[in-house]
Design a protein around this ligand. Structure first.
Ligand SMILES: [Fe+2]
Ligand SMILES: [Fe+2]
Length: 182
């Protein structure tokens, strides 16, 4: 399998979460309330899976290796755009998490901010994914030898296996910090 194989498989799971978010938005618009538990799960998914795990592999492995190659102006421009888009996605998700926390504590005003951020994210992700799947991933594979592709695929698996331990170590640290603060 090429290193873009796992990335494309991950895109399919992100799309399934986006479909759930679309449903939640429609529901929220109809009922003028939101399921804060779902929004909490959705933002955790985007932060941990779509950003840290998925964008992490794109930026830290694929884009890093591309930067070592003499890539076309067009591909270089797309890498820069994708990095900017990841940054925007991260910031918008943080805003959504913040609004959801306020809403969960009883701030009804936060509902419109939640709806706004969900609307932005469900519009953003399909376009971002399409850009990578249809206009970027396959053409940039041409820059790499079979050995280089194999090495990137292997590094991706290592990245994932390290991440799960990092994720839970961070969770313990956050709760330890909370205890210290009390
Ligand atoms: Fe991406
Ligand atoms: Fe992606």
């Amino acid at each position: 399998m090429m290193p873009i194989g796992p990335l494309m498989i991950e895109h399919r799971l992100i799309e399934r979460m986006i479909a759930l978010m679309k449903r939640e938005l429609q529901q929220a618009e109809k009922e003028k309330q939101v399921n804060a538990r779902f929004v909490e799960a959705a933002t955790h998914f985007i932060k941990a899976y779509a950003d840290r795990c998925h964008h992490g592999k794109e930026e830290d492995i694929l884009f890093r290796e591309l930067k070592k190659k003499d890539i076309s102006k067009e591909h270089n421009k797309i890498v820069d755009e994708l990095v900017q888009e990841h940054k925007w996605g991260r910031e918008t998700t943080a805003k959504l998490m913040d609004a959801n926390m306020r809403y969960d504590k009883g701030d009804e005003e936060a509902l419109s901010e939640i709806a706004h951020c969900i609307r932005l994210l469900i519009d953003f992700y399909p376009k971002h994914i399409e850009k990578e799947d249809k206009h970027f991933f396959l053409p940039v594979m041409e820059y790499f030898s079979e050995e280089e592709k194999e090495a990137m695929l292997r590094e991706g698996y290592e990245f994932d296996s390290t991440l799960i331990h990092q994720e839970y170590a961070d969770m313990v640290s956050v709760w330890e910090e909370g205890i210290k603060g009390n």
